[in-house]
Design a protein around this ligand. Structure first.
Ligand code: G1P
Ligand code: ZN
Length: 544
């Protein structure tokens, strides 16, 4: 097999963000673009860590072509073994699992997560390390540095490979094995949950689930796990046919983009649990009959009821949340007498805590939750946690939420996103906020007054690495908060995220709608950040 050394030049801006390199797909479609970036990944790996790599993606437009290029490149670089998902498809948590199960040196994930797919839409490439975790900053920085100096890559002249499960190819020093996209992951889930208990509840009619796959990668996983193994009827597994453009939709499971599921769960035909997952299967939205469970509350309730989940029967040890995620988890952790870590936004920051066994459950407000079974957030797993809790407690999700709020207080939580900002204006907003403590302390809104303003800085307790400038926190005297940060996953203009949290301890006032409850605080946030005066925007683009 011929190995060609292809002469190339660096592309500007191949800098991984919150979750890998994300760009418009046309950018990735330029000649050399994918090969340059993947060569930069390989070059960042020490020579003895190129033995076995996993490759798979969420199946979006350009996934199939990119996979073929990556295989040529990995053979060209003499990687001994490559495990690739059938059809080039693996959900993000399934890649993480496969890396761990096969003791691989890492994996390459093709996805732009919840961003739309199709011509002119988004694409992405991310590297995960040997523990299955998105690469830490030290590695992404090394990859980025390589992209700036690259002048050649090594490509094997492979024919187009048919990626059917069970196929095996040998070229030079490399074996390529095509694995079933779902099987290993489904087996893992069966070791973590009591499938007999859940399926008995479903078959007896005492527990029902409606799942929306949003025409994304989770569809085949849902059909196998919820349908074949747990007995959920086909007509309650919506949009489970994976499509390269996600059916033209925006595969982000929230109240806006999973609106049909939201409306169904608020209506008279609702099932006990409603759930949806995103483009690459790591996010989840959870609803009970007539009740939206905010991701921050979902995380706190999973912690509270962890004894209903076989994986956590031996205890949680510790938990973690990203900084903007609500503090509901902290109050449960305090009650359980376990540690609660606060990390910057992005799943990679949980990796060390999980690897060291300091935490077993983590989550983000952006519809992400997972445990220590993989090193990615995990949508299907979260649904199984909720099915376990409902099957065990035999109480509705709505009632569980009410009980939780009565015991721990309710964090009324929502996020305002201001999209389409010019990058320099977005930066001006952040800069002036960072220096605004003197001006803001003591300012009142309703009964609350600003107690502190600070810029979040994180020192990793395991390796001591430091992440600066991870958002500005405005903290009130009753622990309510407004957090500001810039998105690191966008593919064109800047997005300012404003996270609003008010803690209501009086059970009589805990039944309001979180978005409405936070309206006044949202206006206050707009004013103190000078969003209107700098950008002209009086209202956010999206409220979730
Ligand atoms: C967003 C979310 C963050 C999540 C990431 C990847 O990043 O806010 O919690 O980890 O997507 O799914 P952001 O665009 O805010 O940088
Ligand atoms: Zn995702």
């Amino acid at each position: 097999m011929d190995i060609q050394t292809v002469v190339t030049q660096p592309f500007e801006g191949q800098k991984p963000g919150t979750s890998g390199l994300r760009k418009k797909v046309d950018v990735f479609q330029q000649p050399h673009y994918v090969a340059n970036f993947v060569q930069a990944i390989v070059d960042a790996l020490p020579a003895d860590q190129r033995r076995r790599l996993v490759v798979g993606g969420d199946g979006r437009y350009f996934n199939a072509e990119a996979i073929q290029t990556i295989l040529k490149l990995l053979v060209g670089n003499g990687v001994a073994e490559v495990l690739v998902g059938a059809g080039g498809i693996l959900s993000t948590p399934a890649v993480s699992n496969l890396i761990r199960q096969s003791k691989a040196d890492g994996g390459i994930v093709l996805s732009a997560s919840h961003n739309p797919g199709g011509p002119g839409k988004d694409f992405g490439i991310k590297f995960n390390n040997a523990s299955g975790s998105p690469a830490p900053e030290s590695v992404t920085q090394a990859i980025y540095d390589n992209t700036k100096s690259i002048n050649e890559y090594r490509l094997a002249n492979l024919p187009e490979l048919e990626l059917t499960a069970g196929k095996e190819y040998s070229f030079n020093n490399t074996t390529i094995r095509v694995v079933d996209s779902v099987d290993d992951y489904a087996q893992l889930m069966q070791t973590l949950f009591d499938f007999d208990q859940i399926s008995a509840a479903i078959k007896s009619g005492s527990l029902s689930l409606c799942f929306d796959g949003m025409h994304a990668v989770t569809g085949p996983y849902a059909r196998k796990i919820f349908g074949d193994l747990l007995g959920v009827q086909k007509d309650l597994l919506w949009n489970c046919e994976a499509l390269t453009d996600f059916g033209g939709g925006h595969p982000d499971p929230n109240r806006v983009y999973a609106k049909s599921l939201y409306d169904f769960m608020m209506g008279s035909e609702a099932t006990d649990l409603g759930a949806a997952s995103d483009g690459d299967g790591d996010r989840n939205m959870i609803m009970g009959r007539g009740a939206f469970v905010s991701p921050s509350d979902s995380l706190a309730l999973i912690a509270q009821h962890h004894q209903s989940i076989p994986q956590f029967k031996s205890g949680l040890v510790g938990v973690a949340r990203s900084m903007p995620t609500s503090t509901a988890l902290d109050r449960v952790a305090q009650h359980l007498n376990i540690s609660c870590y606060e990390t910057p936004t992005g799943w990679k920051f949980f990796g060390n805590l999980l690897d060291e066994g300091l935490v077993r459950l983590c989550g983000e407000e952006s519809f992400g939750t997972s445990g220590d079974h993989v090193r990615e957030k995990d949508g299907v797993w979260t649904v199984l946690c909720w099915l376990s809790i409902l099957a065990d407690k035999k109480v509705s999700a709505r009632e569980l939420l009410a009980q939780h709020w009565t015991s721990f207080g309710r964090s009324y939580y929502c996020r305002h996103d201001y999209d389409g900002l010019e990058a320099d204006k977005a930066q001006t907003i952040m800069d002036q906020l960072a220096g605004s403590e003197g001006k803001l302390v003591g300012r009142r809104i309703g009964p609350m007054s600003v107690a502190e303003v600070n810029v979040f800085r994180y020192e990793d307790p395991v390796d001591g690495s430091v992440a600066e400038n991870q958002g500005v926190r405005v903290i009130f005297d009753d622990q309510s908060r407004v957090v500001f940060r810039l998105s690191g996953t966008g593919t064109d203009s800047a997005t300012l995220r404003v996270y609003l949290e008010q803690i209501e301890r009086d059970a009589k006032n805990q039944g309001a709608d979180a978005i409405e409850y936070n309206e006044a605080l949202g206006k206050f946030a707009n004013e103190i950040a000078q969003i209107q005066s700098i950008t002209g925007l009086t209202e956010p683009t999206v409220k979730t």
